[in-house]
Design a protein around this ligand. Structure first.
Ligand SMILES: Cc1cc2nc3c(=O)[nH]c(=O)nc-3n(C[C@H](O)[C@H](O)[C@H](O)COP(=O)(O)OP(=O)(O)OC[C@H]3O[C@@H](n4cnc5c(N)ncnc54)[C@H](O)[C@@H]3O)c2cc1C
Length: 396
């Protein structure tokens, strides 16, 4: 098969992180090639939350104008106790929030977010997009990285970025820390027409009903026409050591059986035929070697309890593009990539560790639940301290 010489950036993986990186590089005048192993670019058909830190980066990328008509601007982030349906706490995303963070809180359909990024990439001459290209190996030779694909083709570039997700094969070569850590938590998702939703009292909010070993998230998407629903359980089977088959629909129903009828009714909005077993990794540095580095879930996968995995990938994209642009593809690439990793490592680690902590807080029971509800009752909707470090974000 042919070998093409491209003194540009090779991006492995065309998820949100990969396409955001290509676009960020193009906006700084740099060329890249994105290689996705799937036959088509795409995303799963569910929602994603964007903190104001990600909104500002997407705005810098120039895609918010196209995304805004599909986005829903969240009014409040609300926590409700699933055992008695009482509100525990809320963060208002109103004027004080927008002023402090310079952006709103939005929720979007994953396909809409990925779609606007991909469309923007397609309009840029600096970006090449390839599907059905599964990276199988790479090698550094002199000033180049050679990427080899399952179809026998190979490409050469000045930099290789592994944006290849939770089970990154680039990470396996760089760090070799094996498969990600299963948390023992299992998620069920569903998007239903807004007309089908019975209780619409929180239709402008992002609501989390929390309970012992469970939570349920709800928010609208696509200009408010559909409702996104996510039910998560902490599997007792997993905790008992039954690691092969856990978190099935029977366990979902059993764990939710203590919640109010209203919460149990919402389980009809999620599909029971498919679930997602959640993973993260222990944070660790060392994801850069020579001209190769990692980005997004490949670098710092997190549980979704801060709703920030994709937001971090988008921030990574902006930071790495700035570092490579400052060095130039002919400059000291290793120093640029190390500087990128250094800037992103502890922020990613803080998201991963805080998400675990939030998981423990939202899934607690008995006295811990009483204490949580008591302490959270003392905050006001304009108290942002838990998320301040996160939503203040970074500068492009
Ligand atoms: C239930 C749930 C809810 C979530 N909610 C939120 C949220 O509200 N907000 C938020 O910000 N984040 C959220 N996240 C996290 C978010 O989904 C991820 O962090 C994000 O999608 C990671 O993007 P990525 O581009 O790094 O990786 P991925 O999306 O995994 O993309 C990696 C791509 O690489 C490709 N690939 C893999 N191997 C190869 C190879 N060898 N060669 C070529 N291509 C390859 C894959 O096919 C894939 O397309 C949530 C996650 C879960 C599980």
């Amino acid at each position: 098969m042919g070998s093409k010489i491209n003194p540009e950036v090779l991006i492995i993986g065309g998820g949100i992180g990969g396409v955001a990186t290509a676009l960020a590089l193009a906006r700084r005048g740099l060329r890249s090639q994105v290689f996705e192993k799937a036959p088509e670019f795409g995303e799963i058909g569910y929602g994603i939350q964007q903190g104001p830190n990600a909104y500002r980066m997407l705005d810098w990328l120039g895609v918010m104008k196209d995304l805004e008509p599909q986005a829903v601007f969240t009014q409040n982030l609300i926590l409700i106790d699933a055992l008695d349906d009482r509100e525990i706490a809320r963060i208002s995303c109103g004027p004080a929030f927008r002023k402090r963070y310079g952006a709103p809180y939005t929720v979007v359909h994953r396909r809409d977010l990925h779609g606007v990024l991909l469309d923007a990439c397609r309009k840029r001459d600096e970006i090449g997009l390839h599907t059905a290209k599964e990276l199988v190996s790479f090698e550094e030779r002199g000033n180049e990285v050679i990427a080899r694909f399952a179809d026998g083709s190979e490409y050469k570039g000045a930099v290789l970025i592994g944006a290849d997700g939770l089970r990154s094969c680039v990470r396996e070569v760089l760090i070799g820390d094996g498969p990600p850590r299963p948390a023992g938590h299992v998620t069920y998702r569903g998007v239903v027409s807004f007309d089908q939703v019975k209780d619409r009292s929180h239709f402008e909010d992002m609501v989390i009903w929390v309970g012992p070993n469970l939570h349920f998230v709800q928010y609208r998407l696509r200009g408010g026409t559909v409702m996104n629903n996510v039910a998560t359980v902490v599997s007792r089977k997993f905790e008992r050591g039954e690691r092969e088959d856990y978190g099935g629909p029977d366990e979902l129903m059993e764990v939710f059986s203590r919640t109010t009828p209203h919460v149990q009714e919402m389980l009809t909005y999620v599909g029971k035929d498919k679930n997602w077993v959640l993973h993260d990794r222990e944070p660790q540095p060392g994801w850069t070697r020579g001209r190769v580095t990692l980005l997004g879930d490949a670098a710092h996968p997190t549980l979704q309890y801060l709703a920030q995995g994709a937001c971090m990938a988008i921030e990574d994209a902006v930071v790495i593009s700035g570092k490579i642009a400052a060095a130039g593809t002919g400059g000291d690439i290793n120093a640029a990539l190390l500087s990128y990793e250094n800037e992103r490592y502890l922020r990613g680690a803080r998201v991963t560790v805080t998400a675990r902590l939030f998981g423990a807080i939202i899934h607690c029971d008995q006295g811990t639940r009483d204490l949580r509800n008591h302490l959270l009752a003392q905050r006001t909707p304009e108290t942002f301290w838990e998320v301040d470090w996160l939503y203040r974000g970074i500068e492009a």
